[in-house]
Design a protein around this ligand. Structure first.
Ligand code: NDP
Length: 290
């Protein structure tokens, strides 16, 4: 009898811990009001939704991506939604001097920064054939998906440290579980998680105020993801994709709470943890999606 009581107590403790540390929503929208935020990849998809969600909370925003006209349309909507300030800085993240412009304009126009959400992405899905095109694309992809993240984070770190702010790195299940037909994309996300997990450790050792949140996303219903999924992983059920607006809100909550790593949706967490414990099984399931 006694052992059943102990088992019940342990299960109850785990359930209470899970509720308090994982499920409980402590987000206060007012904590984002007037905060200075840079969002990259803000013209479409999750970045666009991040801009709208931050606007609803009255944040001050710098939005960047390559397409100026689309950014202007996003900015107009942000103002209607209640953003305290919205500025656009069109830039190609493949170009180091354009990245410098984003950094300078962010610090100049917002006079510092509280949150930096690095979200932009390119992907060249398809089998890795090892040809010249694969190799050329890989260089560009790493410049945009990895080097640009490190560049922006490095130059904005001093301001984040002054404000006690946070850096959000938008990653993927593919940065934890290798995805066939997405080898270059998947490896750039592994690289991001490795670099920024090490950087987080260094910030703690050096007693800095800035924090790093890695956001591990599963399938989200953005147009580019839906197109790539249908073409390259046709057995994946796209109806399971989570809404981009919900993903954006989950990112904002996680970065505001300064959590080290967040997973969205729950399936992302189950996929990553499943792979840790049953790698052969999960790899088999992943191959079945092609
Ligand atoms: P989208 O393709 O919808 O948006 C990508 C954004 O990046 C666009 O705003 C695009 O704007 C910008 N961008 C692309 N290339 C460049 C460049 N060279 N310079 C500057 N900006 C660029 O992506 P998602 O919204 O689907 O994904 C957002 C993030 O979420 C990514 O980091 C992705 O890896 C991650 N993620 C998404 C998942 C999903 O299922 N959607 C799943 C897991 C992770 P423009 O073309 O105007 O430059």
């Amino acid at each position: 009898m006694q052992k059943y009581v102990v088992a019940a107590a342990v299960i109850a403790a785990i359930a209470i811990g899970f509720y308090f540390f994982v499920l409980r929503d402590t987000f206060d929208p007012n904590s984002v009001r007037d905060k200075r935020v840079l969002v990259t990849g803000a013209s479409t998809g999750i970045g666009e939704q991040l801009a709208y969600q931050y606007s609803k909370f009255g944040a001050r925003l710098i939005l960047t991506a390559r397409r100026e006209k689309v950014l202007q349309e996003v900015a107009v909507k942000c103002r209607h939604l209640g953003a305290a300030q919205v500025e656009i800085v069109p830039a190609d993240m493949a170009n180091a001097s354009e990245r410098e412009t984003v950094i300078e304009e962010t610090l100049k126009r917002l006079k510092g920064v509280d949150y930096v959400v690095l979200n932009h992405v390119i992907s060249y899905p398809g089998f890795w054939l090892g040809n010249d095109k694969n190799l050329t694309d890989l260089q560009k992809l790493f410049e945009v998906n990895f080097v640009a993240y490190v560049h922006l984070a490095s130059k904005l770190m001093e301001s984040l440290d002054e404000s006690g702010g946070s850096l959000a790195i938008v990653s993927s299940v593919a940065g934890n579980v290798a995805m066939p037909k997405f080898a270059s994309y998947s490896s750039s996300k592994f690289a991001l998680q490795g670099f920024f997990s090490a950087l987080r450790q260094e910030l703690i050792i050096r007693q800095k105020n800035a924090s790093v949140t890695i956001c591990v996303l599963g399938l989200i219903d953005t147009e580019s993801a839906m197109v790539a999924t249908k073409e390259h992983t046709p057995k994946m059920d796209v109806s399971l994709a989570a809404p981009a607006a919900d993903a954006a809100l989950a990112i904002i909550k996680a970065v505001t709470a300064k959590v080290n790593i967040m997973y969205f949706p729950l399936a992302a967490y189950l996929g990553v943890m499943g792979h840790k414990f049953f790698p052969t099984l999960i790899d088999y399931i992943v191959r079945g999606l092609i």
